[in-house]
Every structure is written in structure tokens, then in C-alpha cells.
Design a protein around this ligand. Sequence first.
Ligand code: PRP
Ligand code: ZN
Length: 304
Amino acid sequence: MSPPAAAAVRDRLRIAIQKSGRLGEPSRALLTACGLEFRESRDRLFCYGESLPIDLLLVRDDDIPGLLADGVCDLGIVGRNVLAEQSAERRAAGKPEVAREWRALGFGACRLDLAVPESWDWQGAAQLAGKRIATSYPALVRAWLAEQGIAAEVVLLSGSVEIAPRLGQADLICDLVSSGATLAANQLKPVQTLLQSEAVLAGPVREFADARGQWASLLLRRMDGVLRLKDSRLLLFQAAREAVPALIELLPDAEPPTVMRLDGEDMLALQALCHGAVTWQRLEELRHAGARGLMVVPVERTLA
Ligand code: PRP
Ligand code: ZN
């Protein structure tokens, strides 16, 4: 018998991402921004990393925590909701934690909400006693009910949860809400958030003991660089020396600017890395406060 994959020593890192669906494209875009290039296999399920020893596995998002638990994959990009559900399930079964959230990735935001028929007069959680809640997140719902001290029935559905109240399968639901359109289309209203979710990088609880550790830290470093720069722009402008303090006050989200003296004049040239959005309005305010020759430049990478 071969040893379990979890125990295997490997020198390549394997990342699982969603094959299709909301997180698939932005996950790939993030990895590409981190300098990862892949050769696609013909089945498009495994992509060999060409620029670094980091390979990609394209899977169903619900499978990602299990692949991490089994050691088939080393890291995964998955919704916090999926990771939290499987952690809650392991906790309820008395099994040890195997995967945890390494980083929040800032895309794929949604909420796991309780939603009730619009006709309900919502008075609070106590109202749920004895009710049937349809959900694809039974462990999270049970854990929340236990926390609230409420006895309610959980009805497990793998999809089309929103229709359950109308079909008489449940009294209310607990499901993901992003725009709210699906709830509205099914005459339901959100009343309680159980979890704020977004895409996260999931990884093992313990650090890698082999070469994978080195590749994981390299990837994390690059990812942090990309995430930090997400809305960042380099702002270039000139200003008279006396205008500079007021201008800097208009840039609370900027790193301390680099200031250069222009030859023979009392004008300074400044460059500041801004981490918030640099809108037209902000440029107009800066111009009003004395900035001239304003230029906004995209920043591709930084390395501290
Ligand atoms: C999710 C979720 C809701 C819907 C909410 O389904 O299960 O049904 O999105 O989005 P909204 O608030 O913008 O309407 P998804 O489309 O991911 O399909 P799935 O649940 O079948 O995977
Ligand atoms: Zn899904």
C-alpha cells in the first residue's frame, strides 16, 4: 500500500482553484499577477507551473477543503463560506482542524444569510424555534443555532435552496446572498447574517516541512504585494514649496512622498504612492491646493 498523500514529501506546490463559477477567473488572474504561468493539460484539470514549481488543480469549490485535508493539494482559493462549513463539520465530528484561512483575497464578497418569506414579521432569532431551515450549510447553521440556544430543524439541500419555502420543504432558508436578486425573485428577505464571506487562500494549519514551504512563502510574499497594490497608483505632480504641507494633508492614504527640488526654481516635484482610489475629484482638489502637472501612473509591482 502506498503511504497517504499527506505524508508524502513533495518539492512542487499544488494549488486548487474553482474550475468554473464566480471565483475561477479572479483566482487565476491573481495567480497570474503573482508571476505564475501554467501549461494547460488537455483535460484542463491539471495545469503544470512553468515559471515556478507551483501547479494548479481545477476542481469544484466544495471539494477544495477535502483535497487540502487529504493532502492532495497544498493550498486552495475558496470561499470562506465553504472553508468555514467544512471546519464546522469537522469540529462537530470531533476531528482536528486541517485547513485554515491564510489570507483574505478581497474578491467574491457575499454573505451567508438567514432569509424568511417577505410576509414574516421578523422579531429576532427566538422566532426560529421549531422552524425548518433549508440550507447547503448545515454545520454552520447548526453551530449558529446552538450558540443562540435555539432548537430548529435543518433541511439539507444542495441547490435551489431559495425555492424550498414555496415548495413547503422548509419555513425559511440560510444561503449565500450577493446582489440579493435571487432572494427578491423568490419573495424572501434577509434577516440575519451568519458569515461575511469572500475568497480566501486556504492552507494547512501547520507549516510545510519540506521544499513546499519555500514556494508557499514566495507565493505569499508576492500575493501580499499584489493585494497591497490593488487600488494603488503613483501620483506625480509639481508644487511650490509652501503648498506642500496642505497637499500632503489631502493624501492621507499615501506613503510619505519622495520630494525632488527642481533646478533654479522654488518648485518641487513630488511622487507619492496612494493606496486609495485616485478619482478625478481628488485630482481637482489637489490642483485647487496648488498641485500642477498631476499624473496618475499605474503600479505593477513593488518589492520592499
Ligand atoms: C449563489 C447562491 C444564491 C445566489 C445569490 O448561487 O447560492 O443562490 O448565488 O446571488 P444573488 O444574491 O446575487 O442573487 P450560485 O449562482 O453561486 O450557484 P450555486 O449555489 O448553484 O453554486
Ligand atoms: Zn457553489
